[in-house]
Design a protein around this ligand. Structure first.
Ligand SMILES: Cc1ncc(COP(=O)(O)O)c(C=O)c1O
Length: 354
């Protein structure tokens, strides 16, 4: 039987909005009144529901807790002039979610379920979209296995959910980055390209060690030689060598194909900047630095948009950058923000109105 994919809505009796101010909320701690829930069983997605946000019970044996069949996405909605709300490139997040699901042997979530569910949820909780400068509504879709069975095999039942979190401006101070040459995030043939929960769990130890040494994040390198750059914590990474931008390519499947990454590459090419997606080695970067040609280093991701890097610590050496002298990184950040907030023409059709 074909299930209806338009969510059935069960509204909250009393909104929590009256007891909260949406100004300067920290990232990821407060959630809106409702959440979307859809269950997969008997080989099909059942009709989705939008219900009051809150905890739910799970069986202690659900396979997610033991074997980690769990994936997620992260994107943002913005307030645009005239009071409307627009989401930045949600179809890209849907496609990435589908690729993550396929790799983790989880069922595909259709465009109808993902996008219609999302739009319906945001419309219902539109009051949770903060109306202050640079505030956003963070959107977290996720899926996890729900079989009550501790045998190792792909589950037969799953839950897909979307929750919304209003957030204040998220700005990262220029970052000090530790280039990791012991621990590994991803290998070719692994799950580096997927937004799978396990990638994040596995990254925490190395990140904690780097933080204890005074760094903000690690820059992951390849697993064999620790020579080729992958990505930073929750950001893709870009380098400007003279007037050329280089960024690790997606080919090996070891980095997350960031939506911000792809948007920045498009903007740079629009501006006539040469962008190379290639293998980027630490030796090449260190040489460029020594010759004074490594002009900018920055990260790109949904949370912080474009984030300047002021130090790369590689083996015994430190490369120090004057982020005030960066040009393209600042221009990219301003342009992306302008497009997202509806102040710069969206010539690529990136914004989806709610
Ligand atoms: C590991 C990793 N790399 C890169 C990114 C940047 O991706 P996006 O621009 O789609 O947010 C993220 C964050 O979402 C991430 O978790």
């Amino acid at each position: 039987m074909v299930q209806r994919m338009r969510p059935v809505v069960q509204k909250i009796e009393e909104s929590r909005l009256d007891s909260i101010t949406l100004e300067n909320l920290p990232f990821g701690k407060i959630f809106s009144d409702h959440m979307l829930v859809a269950d997969f069983r008997d080989g099909a997605w059942q009709s989705p529901e939008i219900i009051p946000y809150g905890p739910f019970e799970v069986d202690p044996s659900i396979s997610t807790l033991h074997y980690g069949q769990a994936i997620f996405e992260g994107m943002k909605a913005f307030r645009v002039p005239g009071g409307g709300i627009s989401i930045f490139r949600p179809l890209e997040n849907l496609r990435r979610f589908q690729r993550s699901a396929a790799r983790m042997e989880m069922p595909e979530v259709s465009e109808e379920l993902f996008i219609e569910g999302l739009l319906e949820l945001i419309r219902l909780d539109a009051g949770w979209m903060p109306d202050y400068p640079d505030h956003t509504l963070y959107i977290r879709p996720f899926m996890f296995a729900t079989d009550s069975y501790i045998g190792v095999r792909p589950a037969e039942t799953y839950r897909f959910m979307i929750i919304l979190s209003p957030s204040g401006p998220f700005f990262l101070e220029p970052q000090r980055i530790f280039v990791e040459s012991h621990y590994v995030r991803a290998v070719a043939g692994g799950i580096g390209f997927a937004k799978a929960a396990g990638n994040y769990g596995a990254s925490m130890h190395a990140t904690a060690l780097a933080r204890a040494k005074g760094f903000d994040q690690v820059l992951w390198t390849d697993p064999v030689e620790h020579k080729y750059v992958q990505e930073i914590g929750m950001m893709n990474v870009f380098f400007r060598i003279d007037d050329r931008i280089v960024t690790p390519s997606l080919e090996e499947g070891t980095i997350l194909p960031g939506v911000t990454r792809s948007s920045l590459i498009t903007l740079l090419r629009d501006w006539g900047v040469q962008v190379e997606e290639c293998r980027v080695s630490m030796d090449e970067l260190a040489d460029a630095y020594t010759r004074g040609q490594l002009k900018e280093v920055f990260g790109a991701g949904t949370a912080a948009s474009v984030s300047m890097i002021r130090e790369l610590s590689y083996q015994e050496h430190s490369m120090i950058f004057d982020v005030n002298a960066f040009s393209l990184a600042h221009r990219l950040r301003t342009t992306l923000k302008g497009i997202q907030q509806g102040q710069i023409a969206d010539t690529h059709g990136w914004m989806m109105p709610v």
